[in-house]
Structure formats: structure tokens, C-alpha cells
Ligand binder design. Structure first.
Ligand code: WQD
Length: 350
């Protein structure tokens, strides 16, 4: 039985990825502090599997801990040894992830995200686990152009969160340079992961207030918020509102499985890949599509631009498609339908 450690596995993308790891036959050890996730998400993973006639409770382990404490991380590796398991690889999601919050609490972001990752890598090295998939972000890019962003484009983050992600990518690069025959490393740069698994048990349920667009659209649809504030209608885009690359969370999760399988089959290497669809959707389009797909009304008002925003952030995903033999299968309508299905079934979250 091959065991995978998933840090932040109780979170939005982490829980969807753990679902697929279990379906692939891996044993999964989730390490999570629950600072921005719910312990209930593991139950939701199991309910989703049971809905597909899969009973895998004994293959899913949940360990509460904090990356800031290396002893907590060591506990996981010790548990695996006791269970006569060897952690084959780590998928590293754990970290604070609000761009806005990172500007208010930069030290907390640097400590949690960067120091926490250094702790993780030191323990991995001690236990000779040298395969890691890292959750990076499109916020590492300098996004000023109208072009699709590719992995060779200039990286120049404009907020502490983006700086954290780029710094961790550089740390992984230095680690690989030191031992290029030992480490298998993949940095996955997410664009805008949204939506939910189509069965409606798993969804996006952050504890930290998010100002991301999709959870707000579903809250307005529920009647929990009066309207969406569109941040700027004077962007250099066809309808004046910001354009993003919204990718279904299940496509992101499948991208992680493809990356893990690729790394485990190939020689030691380091790679950086965009996880996006290559398709841009504006805020106005997103709202209209959501209304049409779900037959609900989403009132909105136009406000000033949000500091730190850009007009156009869309992926060139050709490298990921080529190397991983992966491609997004779901579209913006699937995102709207599946995300709303989860929110309707979970009006108060988990
Ligand atoms: C999307 C669009 C806003 C809210 C962030 C992080 C990124 C990644 C995904 C982790 C923009 C507009 C939004 C609202 C609006 N997370 N908007 N009204 O900023 O593209 O990316 O989440 O990796 O790192 O930066 O996502 O959903 O906040 O904004 O008009 O109330 O919606 O201006 O054009 P963003 P978002």
C-alpha cells in the first residue's frame, strides 16, 4: 500500500485531491491545523466515496498539527513507521492563502507558509522522503499583459502571499540543485480553482473570510448577501470587468494525481506547471452564466477597483497538458452548477 502525506488535506483543493488519491488506491495521511478548514471534510470525503460504493475509511488517517512545529510533522512520519508504512510522497497544500489578509499580516504569512514549509522539507529529508508536489499560485507572475501566462514569464509578485509562493519555489529549486539525483519536485501554479465535486458533499468552506468572487456569488444566490460588488468596470477588457481563468476544483485535483503519478514514474527532476484552462471569463460573464445555469438572480453593483487586482490573468496550460497528459474536462457551466449544488446542500457550510 503506497502512502501519501497531504498537508492541508482538509482544505478545499486538498480534500478533493485526497478523494482521488483514495480512489487511486493510495493510503492517505492528512496533516492539517484546521485554521482554515473543517475536520468534517474527511467525513465528506468518505461520504462521497460511499456514494460510489467505496468504503475506504481505514485508508484515510487524519492528524491534527501545525507546520510551524517540526515535532508535529515528525509525529506523522513516526505514526507511519509504527503502522509499517513509508510515506512515498508529500502533496503540500497547507498554508495561509488570502492575498488581502497577507497584506495585513505579512509576518504571519511568512512564518506559516515559508518557515512551515522549511520545517516540512527538513523532516522529509530526515525520513528520506524526497518526492513533493507543491501548491503554488499564479500570483507569482507579473501580470500586466493581455497574453496567456506561461511558466517562463517574469515572476514579480505584488503581495506577501505571492512572495511566499515564489520564495518556496526558490527553496525547492535550491534543494533540487543540491541533490539533483534524489529529489522529485513539482510546483503547480493554480489560477482560480472554484466549484465543487458534483456529488455535493465536498465544497469550498473557508473559515477565514474570503473575498474571492465565487463563494460570494453563491452567498448572494442563497440570499446571505444582497449583491456582488464588481471591483471596477473600467478595466481594459471587452466588458470592462476583470478576466480570470476559473478552473474546476476536480480538474485541479486530477492535475495533482497526474503530477504525482508522473513524478513517481520518472527520474528525479524539478518542474513547474500552470494549472489553468487557458480560457478567460470576465466577472460580468461569470455572473450571467451562473444566473442562466442555476436560474437564479445575482444582483450586483459596480465599485472602485480592488488594490492589487489585474485586468487579465489566464494560463497557457500547454506545458501541463504535454507533460502530464492531463487536460481540464469541465467548463464554466459545470463550475456554476456543481458549486451551487454544494452550496444548496450545505447552506451553512460544513
Ligand atoms: C476574481 C475576479 C476581482 C470579488 C485569488 C488569489 C489567487 C488564487 C485565486 C490562491 C477579479 C473580481 C472578486 C468580488 C469582484 N488563490 N471580484 N468582486 O484575485 O483572481 O485570485 O484567488 O492561489 O492567489 O489572488 O480571485 O476571486 O478574488 O477575483 O469583482 O467581490 O473577481 O476583481 O477580477 P483572484 P478573486
Amino acid at each position: 500500500m503506497q502512502s501519501i502525506l497531504v498537508t492541508g488535506g482538509a482544505g478545499f483543493i486538498g480534500s478533493h485531491t485526497c478523494l482521488l488519491l483514495l480512489k487511486q488506491g493510495y493510503e492517505v495521511f492528512i496533516f492539517d491545523s484546521f485554521i482554515n478548514s473543517s475536520e468534517k471534510s474527511t467525513e465528506k470525503i468518505l461520504l462521497t466515496l460511499q456514494a460510489e460504493n467505496l468504503e475506504l475509511r481505514e485508508k484515510l488517517h487524519l492528524i491534527k498539527g501545525d507546520l510551524k512545529d517540526a515535532k508535529d510533522i515528525e509525529k506523522v512520519f513516526q505514526l507511519c513507521l509504527k503502522l509499517k508504512r513509508m510515506i512515498l510522497a508529500v502533496i503540500h497544500f497547507a498554508g495561509l492563502k488570502s492575498v488581502h489578509e497577507s497584506t495585513l499580516e505579512p509576518l504571519s504569512y511568512w512564518e506559516n507558509n515559508v518557515s512551515g514549509t522549511i520545517n516540512l522539507l527538513k523532516v522529509m529529508k530526515k525520513y528520506n522522503c524526497k518526492n513533493i508536489v507543491f501548491s503554488s499560485s499564479a500570483t507569482v507572475y507579473r501580470t500586466t499583459s493581455k497574453n496567456l501566462l506561461n511558466e517562463n514569464d517574469i515572476c514579480k509578485p505584488i503581495n506577501p502571499y505571492g512572495n511566499n509562493k515564489l520564495t518556496i519555489e526558490n527553496i525547492l529549486g535550491d534543494l533540487f540543485k543540491k541533490d539533483p539525483l534524489e529529489w522529485r519536485i513539482a510546483c503547480l501554479r493554480y489560477f482560480n480553482p472554484v466549484g465543487a465535486n458534483e456529488l455535493g458533499y465536498l465544497g469550498e468552506d473557508p473559515k477565514v473570510k474570503t473575498n474571492n468572487i465565487f463563494p460570494q456569488i453563491t452567498k448572494v444566490a442563497l440570499g446571505r448577501m444582497n449583491r456582488i460588488k464588481i471591483f471596477g468596470s473600467d478595466w481594459p477588457t471587452p466588458d470592462g470587468t476583470g478576466i480570470r481563468d476559473y478552473i474546476h476544483v476536480m480538474d485541479v485535483a486530477e492535475g495533482h494525481i497526474s503530477t504525482l503519478n508522473y513524478l513517481l514514474q520518472k527520474q528525479p527532476q524539478i518542474l513547474t506547471l500552470n494549472l489553468g484552462t487557458g480560457i478567460g471569463t470576465s466577472v460580468r460573464e461569470f455572473i450571467k452564466i451562473f444566473e442562466k445555469v442555476n436560474n437564479v438572480e445575482i444582483p450586483f453593483c459596480v465599485e472602485e477597483r480592488r488594490p492589487g487586482d489585474n485586468a487579465f490573468v489566464v494560463a497557457d496550460n500547454s506545458l501541463a497538458k504535454l507533460i502530464l497528459n492531463w487536460a481540464p474536462k469541465r467548463n464554466i457551466e459545470d463550475i456554476c452548477r456543481d458549486g451551487w449544488n454544494w452550496q444548496l446542500k450545505n447552506p451553512n457550510g460544513y
